[in-house]
Design a protein around this ligand. Structure first.
Ligand code: UT7
Length: 330
């Protein structure tokens, strides 16, 4: 049987501080009923304190993963970190995390695909395992969205939160692991969801700060339309391509952007709500963190051989779906 890349462990980290809808009501003109009905979110976690980058969460997630699997950091060959909120523009957050956990034999890089980042990174990492190049690849997905959210903008501040998850990829010949993926990008979607300044296009200046151009800019309604259609379509497409019926699928692991987008995706796949991982009410949209955080939370219920469809849509635009056969019983 061919060598595939299997997830052999997962760990997550969310900060302790909870930002509830009730507290947001005191910051912007919004209310718990609107947020709950339009998004499904009740609270989100925020990484507070000085000098706390996304790596703080990544380090905890990777340390937890290694401890749980009983693996030394020096055994890691490659670390890929999916994030749109790296500690710095450079060096890569992967370097910071590798150094902090003691992954001295690893190389690493950051990958930016917004809310689809984890799926892009997982698929990339899997290539190195399938090819035989590497035996242990750590894929981290996480974001400190609070660092780019404008807490005076009610259309975005209610949605996003901070969190991070990490998985270990290892080779297997047991017919489990990452079976297939469909990934897509469309740069014309940039106009609807982006961060205007801070990169080489508009480097930081007094003017960019004054104009709040370092925050997320999102045209919610436009993004919603693209997200609903594309996330549902790509999830159905990966099922059709691999002759999977709704009965064959044990779990949908959707990006947690909006409960309505998740429901539309599940409907299109013909899946009952009981097969859908949803924790948006607790964490909101943690961008690259949503999918590994779901896997972490549901891990005790997953069984070897379960068919999982991981699905996401995000800024870029980027979207995609991954078909994964779970590789172990907890
Ligand atoms: O994760 C990656 C990609 N991102 C997404 O997938 C997000 C996609 N978009 C969405 O999830 C939704 O569009 C939002 C949650 C952002 C907004 O929900 P919506 O149902 O599309 O609302 P809307 O933008 O159409 O606004 C409806 C109304 C507007 O008022 P009027 O013009 O009808 O009077 C908004 O001003 O709701 C108002 N509104 C709010 N009201 C209370 C917008 N934000 C809020 C708010 N609280 N926080």
């Amino acid at each position: 049987m061919r060598t595939t890349a299997a997830i052999t462990g997962v760990f997550g980290y969310v900060p302790d501080f909870k930002l509830s809808n009730q507290v947001l009501e005191t910051l912007v003109e919004t209310n718990d009923a609107w947020i709950t009905e339009r998004t499904g979110i009740k609270e989100r976690r925020i990484l507070t304190g000085k000098d706390q980058g996304v790596s703080v969460m990544g380090i905890e997630a990777v340390k937890g993963l290694l401890k749980k699997r009983g693996i030394g950091a020096d055994e890691i060959d490659l670390m890929i970190v999916a994030t749109v909120t790296p500690d710095r523009m450079f060096p890569a957050t992967a370097n910071i995390i590798c150094d902090a956990v003691g992954a001295k034999n690893a190389w690493g890089f950051d990958l930016m695909a917004a809310c689809s980042g984890f799926l892009f990174a997982l698929t990339t990492g899997a290539q190195f395992v399938e090819s035989g190049k590497h035996k242990k690849v750590v894929v981290v997905g996480g974001d400190k969205m609070s660092s780019i959210v404008d807490y005076e903008d009610r259309t975005t501040c209610v949605i996003f939160g901070d969190g991070c998850g990490a998985v270990l990829l290892e080779p297997t010949t047991e017919g489990v692991g990452i079976m297939d993926s469909i990934l897509r990008s469309d740069g014309s979607g940039c106009q609807h969801l982006h961060q205007k300044a801070g990169g080489s296009w508009h480097p930081p200046s007094e003017r960019t700060v004054e104009r709040k151009e370092h925050y997320i800019y999102q045209e919610g309604k436009a993004v919603f339309k693209f997200a609903v259609t594309n996330m549902a379509d790509v999830s159905a497409e990966i099922m059709e391509k691999n002759s999977l019926t709704a009965d064959d699928v044990a779990w949908l692991v959707p990006h947690q952007a909006n409960k309505r987008i998740i429901d539309a995706t599940a409907n299109r796949m013909g899946l009952d709500g009981s097969k859908v991982m949803v924790n948006i009410e607790k964490y909101g949209n943690t961008t690259s963190g949503t999918i590994p955080l779901c896997l972490w939370e549901w891990e005790p219920r997953l069984k070897k051989g379960d068919n999982l469809i991981l699905s996401a849509f995000g800024g870029g635009f980027t979207w995609g779906a991954v078909w994964l056969k779970w590789a172990y019983n907890s």
